[in-house]
Design a protein around this ligand. Structure first.
Ligand SMILES: C[S@@+](CC[C@H](N)C(=O)[O-])C[C@H]1O[C@@H](n2cnc3c(N)ncnc32)[C@H](O)[C@@H]1O
Length: 360
């Protein structure tokens, strides 16, 4: 598709030059684009069908196993907790559509104590990411937590909060890297949190999971040293995004850090790369994806009450792809340049884009 664009389309540039949307309009009718779109849509359909069937068959066994792990954890002192709130309204941005065409979205429950959507999310991620997320599917958390420790050797966050944690892949990574920290993960989806809790117990990580809306956090002012999220913000409506940022600012202690791993912003990528990344925003039931990518991340942190000069952004190399020694060398030389074919892409040698701010 890129070769088709470069050799046959690029030179007929529109007046005013290319933008992601102009590339999209020019490519829509091209065979390369239609073939790419058909392949992605069909393979994703097949993926959901494939993972759902065995999960539905083993639903009762999954519930039994989660119950056993919850009891065993309590007896063995493995720590961590699960607190659900059945009265919490699920936001319409989650319940009104099957997000990224995932049947049932995140929140659907097919019976008491159900974990189906947590299991579907994990299996879907394992298959669709081709190993790029590492053996425990937590490369984002492992890479970014290690990167922050490398960059700030004296920094030891004592309380860490992960927003929109789903099944807690990247929440648990913070516990690995900062074992003395009290780590919390929140999400609106009960089946995902049940799965997260069972997974954490199985992996002996003490994480506290709570069903909560990130727009309205039930935590005291100034009670966290780090508020983190991964792949969360692009699924929020613009108004919710602003509320989530203000809440993050409120619950952070002075000197605390807000950090979000996300899709690279449109303003920092070439029009072609941005067009390719935006595919999901057009065709994959991701209604807020392009709105998020169009935002200026620096403006977002300022609106939330952070000082502009406290803005940070990083492009973090993959820990699981490189291994400890090479990773440390590459991470030390990190430049916060986003426009590389690996940044935010499911490519070998992926680099994770993240941004945020320190609270004064
Ligand atoms: C793409 S997933 C996040 C993936 C996860 N952080 C990871 O690293 O694997 C988005 C999650 O956000 C949750 N979510 C959406 N809106 C929310 C809100 N307002 N408050 C809390 N969680 C929310 C969804 O239920 C879903 O689990």
């Amino acid at each position: 598709m890129r070769a088709d664009f470069n050799s046959r389309v690029a030179e007929q540039g529109p007046a005013g030059g290319w933008s992601a949307e102009r590339v999209h309009q020019a490519m829509r009718s091209r065979e390369s684009f239609r073939f790419y779109s058909a392949l992605r849509t069909c393979s994703q359909d097949l993926l959901y069908q494939t993972v759902r069937e065995p999960i539905e068959r083993s639903s009762a066994a999954l519930i039994n196993e989660a119950t056993r792990l919850a009891r065993r954890g309590t007896r063995s002192g493995a720590g961590g907790s699960l607190t659900l709130d059945p009265r919490l309204p699920v936001p319409r941005s989650v319940s009104a559509i099957d997000i990224h065409l995932m049947p049932g979205s995140y929140h659907t429950e097919y019976g008491a104590d159900d974990l189906t959507m947590g299991a579907v999310y994990e299996q879907r991620l394992a298959i669709s990411t081709f190993g790029v997320f590492g053996p425990n599917l937590d490369d984002i958390g492992q890479s970014i937590a290690r990167f922050m420790r490398l960059l700030h050797p004296g920094w030891r966050p004592q309380r860490i909060l992960d927003l929109g944690c789903t099944v807690g892949h990247n929440t648990g990574a913070w516990k690995d890297v900062f074992p003395a920290a009290e780590v919390h993960g929140i999400d609106v989806s009960a089946p995902c949190l049940r799965y997260a809790h069972a997974r954490a117990r199985l992996q002996r990580r003490a994480v506290h999971y709570r069903q909560m809306n990130a727009e309205n956090l039930d935590y005291a002012d100034g009670s966290f040293d780090l508020v983190f999220s991964s792949m969360f913000l692009h699924e929020l409506p613009r108004r919710s995004l602003a509320r989530v940022f203000r809440e993050a600012h409120r619950v952070l202690r002075p000197g605390g850090l807000m950090l979000h791993m996300e899709l690279p912003p449109a303003t920092q990528l070439s029009p072609y790369d941005s067009f390719q990344l935006d595919w999901d925003g057009h065709y994959n039931n991701e209604p807020f994806y392009r709105t998020f990518r169009a935002c200026d991340p620096r403006q977002l942190i300022i609106e939330a009450g952070f000082a502009a000069k406290r803005y940070v952004q990083h492009v973090v190399p993959s820990w699981s792809a490189l291994g400890a020694t090479a990773w440390r060398r590459v991470a030390r030389a990190e430049e916060p340049s986003v426009d590389s074919p690996q940044t935010g892409r499911l490519a070998r040698g992926v680099r994770w884009f993240c941004f945020g701010a320190w609270r004064d």
